[in-house]
Design a protein around this ligand. Structure first.
Ligand SMILES: [Zn+2]
Length: 139
């Protein structure tokens, strides 16, 4: 197995921000904006549900802590995201090793103006029929 997110301490030492017991904080490369960080569990798993209680605890505690650091000294906003898209093959922008993104945000930043501005066209009022269908699947 040749995973870019395994053994980060050895392979990506220059962009590692902190190594904790079960996870690593690293600068994303490529990145969407300055201060785009990844919080990556040390153990190779694909989904959050595969992590132990301790791994989940440290992963989220670390993400929340770094979100606060970003808000304090890097940007006035910060998105926290986790993608789960098994329909996309691994590529230069996608690694099949679970991780959380922290993305510093500002009012009308580049990501908003080039991408998220179009979200408005996608939002629709919630139909009650959809709620009834999905509530059965999700409860
Ligand atoms: Zn891995």
């Amino acid at each position: 197995m040749n995973c870019r997110f395994c053994d980060l301490e050895k392979k990506e030492k220059q962009r590692v921000l902190e190594v904790r017991e079960t996870c690593t904080v690293i600068f994303s490369n490529p990145r969407l904006m300055p201060g785009h960080l990844l919080i990556i569990p040390k153990r190779h798993v694909l989904n959050l549900s595969e992590l132990t209680v301790e791994e989940k605890q440290e992963l989220f505690d670390t993400a929340i802590e770094y979100q606060e650091k970003i808000l304090k000294s890097v940007a006035s906003g910060c998105d926290l995201k986790q993608h789960n898209r098994p329909f996309i093959q691994e590529n230069d922008l996608k690694v099949d090793h679970v991780h959380i993104h922290l993305q510093p945000r500002e009012y009308e930043d580049e990501l908003y103006l080039k991408s998220h501005i179009h979200d408005r066209e996608i939002f629709k009022p919630l139909p009650q029929e959809e709620v009834m269908t999905l509530i059965e699947l999700l409860r």
